[in-house]
Design a protein around this ligand. Sequence first.
Ligand SMILES: [Mg+2]
Length: 238
Amino acid sequence: MKTLRERLESTGLDVLYDQHIDDNITYTCVLGVYNVEFKHLYTSDDSILTFFYNNKIVYSTGGNINITISDLEKLNNKYSRFEKLLKDIIVFVDMDGVLADFYTLYLKMLEQEPEIKYPQSQWGFFRNLEPIKDAIDTYKWLNSVCRTHILTAPSYMNPLCYTEKRDWVGTYLGMDAANKMIICGYKNLCKGDYLVDDNYTGKGQDLFEGVLLHFHQETNNWKHIKDKLVNTHLNIFE
Ligand SMILES: [Mg+2]
């Protein structure tokens, strides 16, 4: 007889890991962008197999201890419907200090040439910024799940920055991201659901109509932002 893990895998589900507590085993499976828990749920008169997300039942086989292809199809259909809703969510992602590591180069240039008060006014500054850790992968993931746009304020005293920012985006994120990027110093004028930004104010962040997700390179980095989005804001199973 097949184990539960084998039965799950035979339906095409990707089992990430299992956890044993007493006699119960919980399998964590991948469903789209979500990690869903799958376990036996014992009731007084029957045992059923149930999917949980954040401890809430997402789907149950209802009295049948065998998960079938049909169960998985129903579950996937349910997910597909949610997936369509996610596609309508608009997320703006700031660039300097969020995707591109502005501050490392800024401080380095200040140290090397202290007589230049504004390193960001120099030719090549924006073009030469390094990507922040996990930024490229997470942006691509976010773009595959939601409607995602880069929203960056220009260093308007430096006319080169407009071209260099666009060039940077083309290099690291490709033409689709370059096509969708918005260069605007009044972020509150852009209509959307979320704004990932390392500043609370200064460029209209505080007046943005959606939710401001504060980014910090050290403490609130891309891993935290992604977890927060998946488990809270984009948790479609609630
Ligand atoms: Mg910024």
